[in-house]
Design a protein around this ligand. Sequence first.
Ligand SMILES: Cc1ncc(COP(=O)(O)O)c(C=O)c1O
Length: 439
Amino acid sequence: MSNGSDVDSARDVTFAHSAGGGAAGGDADGSTRHFVDHAATTPLLPQAREAWLDASAVAGNPSSLHASGRAARRIVEQARESIADDLRTRPSAVVFTSGGTESDNLAVKGLLWARRARLGVADPIVAASAIEHHAVLDPVEWLGKHEGADVRWIPVDASGRVDVDFIDQLLSSAAERTALVSVMWANNEVGTVQPVREIAAACRSAGVPFHTDAVQALGQLPVDLSELGATAVTISGHKVGGPFGIGALIVDPYESLVAVSHGGGQERDIRSGTFDAPAAAAFAVAVHHAVEEQAAHAAHLRSLQIQLAEGIASVVPDAIINGPVVGDPATRLPGNVHASFPGAEGDALLMLLDAAGVDCSTGSACTAGVPEPSHVLLAMGVDERTARSSLRFSFGRTSTDEDVAAIIRALPGAVERARRAGSVSTDRYRAARENEVDR
Ligand SMILES: Cc1ncc(COP(=O)(O)O)c(C=O)c1O
């Protein structure tokens, strides 16, 4: 798959700013980019771009009744059918949204409100894993603060795997008060794959809705929704080679869900807003590609993952690889490598690697300019200092062995400099604290 012509043209578009010849040539000054941040977003597939361009030539609003409107509507409905077919669900289950964040919000709030009304309790329980993306974490917290929800955070072990016993216990003791369980299919920071089939089955037999965020799973893992049996599943376009600004919530057509935004009544009145036919067409192409190529794609990613993890261990022997066992397809996303470099700040490392042409991520959020340790690592029991020293590398369709080589070339120098900078700032910090005490 990595040798396909689509890959080359995707690189041409995405890396049009690259200068110099081969990747090995321009690394030192950072002029050749090595994009290893595919979990943040991955390049648009050329076939998806083509589909977008074709569909954008149709003038009508898909809700209009005239011929142009009907032509545009046909594009939306064909996209819906194609996605449903690829994910093995019904077209009526596919609700188009603006992306993963909106889908997660719609699932969490919409399911809680609908079920609260049915259960007739003022403080319904909402249970979510402690390592959810903020698109789930924050609406759950919001429901706790503003809607009286009784929030239960499902703990995880040191590899980031949720405690299934905790969920079983909740379901057996309080199913009639539980509005929703939400556990992501695979984690975006450390790549842990969750036992979502087991959790979906437990929720189903307890009669409790189950939502899973499959944004990172789609394309890297086999995703068959008929087999999963979840109530609602989140997917996003730009994570699978589709455009930004489109995603879907795949939601059981028989499950009631309260709308978050109101207006024209599109998408079964669950999600109002004018249909985006070109984006839907492009998204459907990307989903089709992601599903059809999944096994080959995963094998390609896994070989890069193993190479990089081994390379890191050899050039920075005290680095810690976080998350489940590298190379284990059952427990870890194949495109993810996450490591801590004790004594170095993740942000400093990121900037030093950036200067060397490597685009990666710390994986954690920044609050008012202050780097926060990742809530995912903290939930896994990693201490704050180590958590702050972490980087996430994530591979995708356009990744090559040369990307791994570039990271391994740049990493020892970057770690050494970041550690020196860290010890200088630690010394300064200590001196400042001592002065403070003296004064
Ligand atoms: C697991 C997960 N869920 C949700 C999102 C948000 O998706 P979107 O960027 O489409 O809003 C992301 C994006 O990083 C993600 O990784």
